[in-house]
Design a protein around this ligand. Sequence first.
Ligand SMILES: C[S@@+](CC[C@H](N)C(=O)[O-])C[C@H]1O[C@@H](n2cnc3c(N)ncnc32)[C@H](O)[C@@H]1O
Length: 262
Amino acid sequence: MNDFDRLASVYDLDMGTKSDDIPMYVRHAEDVGGPILELGSGTGRVIFRLAKRGFDVWGMDSSVGMMSIARQHLAQLQDQMVGQIRFVDGDMRSDIVGDTQFKLIFIAYNTFLHLISRDDQLSTLKNMCQMLSDDGRIIIDIFTPRHRDLSQYDYHRKELPIYRGVYQDELTGKTYVRNDRIKLDLVNQLQTVEFIYDKIGTDGSIDRESHLVSSRYVFRPEMELLLELAGFNLLELRGGYQEDSVYDYHNSEVMVFVAEKK
Ligand SMILES: C[S@@+](CC[C@H](N)C(=O)[O-])C[C@H]1O[C@@H](n2cnc3c(N)ncnc32)[C@H](O)[C@@H]1O
């Protein structure tokens, strides 16, 4: 069982509600067409919304738990969308999806940061290059690491859980309260987040589960260099999900890299 298998049961309730990035993927999909591939597709948050817009979409993920939920969602669909969606078990660092050449390949919502070593980052990008059609593009969405925030987490908040929110599970009637404990290794750019969920039952009982997820944050020039080394030309760097979002280190929460094959 990997870290994401454990997180899978609460993923939809918590992070599965994110939707602010969807119009951006739809916009790019409309520009270049399908087929489309998402690496690290999780429970299918983006995949299903793109299929709904008529695109052929593939999702690859290495977590059995995440894929099992994605396939349950797929099994519940009864319309033509079923034929547009394919889920493939695989590790983006080492696996290629058949012979298909994709027009759009993306890695959403900080998923690229789960690649911890330089080799993992480069092999993934090279795999993307191999699976991308010559007129296609890739998108990678990661958060902006700011020195000010990183040093604050490192020195002041090391052991203190940070409140993230309350989620209501309509199916079970349980309430989930989430707090995160963040540990940083500034030298190696490593961040370990302990997601702590307190499940409050209808009888008031509290059951705690926690999940550790590691990531390696990446700075802008580093990402630009990785893309270049893997065979990409950077087309644009956006600081948000709007078409005209300008990237600004101080104010942009995210860095959205859009690139094409050299
Ligand atoms: C933060 S979740 C994001 C899920 C989805 N992309 C979304 O935006 O909702 C990260 C996903 O990446 C997957 N993942 C992490 N490392 C991976 C790898 N090396 N190969 C394939 N999937 C991976 C995890 O299993 C998890 O489902």
